[in-house]
Design a binder for this molecule. Sequence first.
Ligand code: UD1
Length: 420
Amino acid sequence: MKEKIIIEGGKKLTGVLNISGNKNSAVAVIPAAVLSGGKCIIKNLPNIKDVYHLKDLLEKLGAGVEMSDGGTMTVDGSTINSYSADSEAAKQMRASYYFIGGLLGRFKKAEAPFPGGCDIGVRPIDLHIKGFEALGARVTIEHGLIKAEAEELKGAPIYLDFASVGATINIMLAACLATGTTTIENAAKEPHVVDVANFLNAMGANVKGAGTDIIKIKGVKELKGCEHTIIPDFIEAGTYMIAAAATRGDVTLKNVIPTHVEAISAKMKEMGIEIFEYEDSVRVKCEKKPKAVNVKTLPYPGFPTDLQQPMVVLLSTADGTSIVTETVSESRFKYVDELKRMGAKIKVEDKVAVVEGAVNLMGTSVYSTDLRAGAAMVVAGLIAGGETIIGNIKHIDRGYEFLEDKLRSLGAGIRRVELD
Ligand code: UD1
């Protein structure tokens, strides 16, 4: 028996919704807690599969972990007695690679499986390895296992060829307890990079410049316990903003930092969609057919690659033809074939998709090829005529908290079933 999501399309989304804690921040902050020998209390964690996988991994390392229903995890790092984050769960997700930075930083020895996660093209980790090596570690990959070891980690200048989120965070983790100063140039500026830096600083680290191109990490002797609240998830917020507009609805999203969704708000305004920004909430109102626009994904503060897929669904309902260029991920258009089976008219050539607007999507059985593709299928199902059945929803569960409950509260006809 496999779980599937069934959506009765054609219902406007209206109402108010609370946005959860940031997934990509949570999956970095949890492994970062291994750097401390004290107790870290991490609040506002989203209730998603990746968080539970990481909890299991922490327990395997020997850490004491408690998790409350309200999304608070307490990690006691004093009992950690292993440097190997190798497990089946670790292979399923990308973020398990943060255990390398964390364990290497604290114990000067770490191993973790080559990361899994979404199949969105080749996702090398050469920049992470380059960073660890610059700090003095020897890194080898044997039988799918990444092993890193050092007698001593020494701060160093590190230039990233690409502003990689993963490499920036992993190097920050490894450098916190190194001797001397590490400088990361061309660092990623995503809000979750800043959140992780704030968490490290709350533990006693000395990280400056997160959120800019240059991050400086002055090594400290040890990190203590702390309390930290994860920032809101701007990708989740963006997904619901897009869903609201696609269904021609009127939705207010609470617990949002409006500047984090600026790239999405700006694009939607360009499309003629009404966006109202408040201190910690955003309202999206869309009554008429939006205009077609061109979208290019870029590292933050550009348009996020994680929202490219749901955005293409919205553009399929727009007036005119849109051109979408993917510059961050290697192959993030695999889901287009599924959308085409619902009636979308999209041509993909290499990293560019030409999306014809004013299309009426029709429900059918579709497959979620990765996490954000799953979100795109959900948005498509919400606007399609008839019933859409989405399979392979394990990806969606890795990243969206209470997705069906949240959408139902806005008036969507969505349910989860077990089917052969
Ligand atoms: C993270 C997010 C993912 C998001 C992506 C871009 C997590 C767990 N995942 O993934 O949701 O889509 O950021 O915002 O936070 N690259 C290299 N070498 C490296 C690292 C990256 O060439 O060592 C290139 C690859 O082409 C890769 C691209 O950079 O596709 C983006 O990678 P990166 O920013 O590191 O993203 P991830 O950490 O994989």
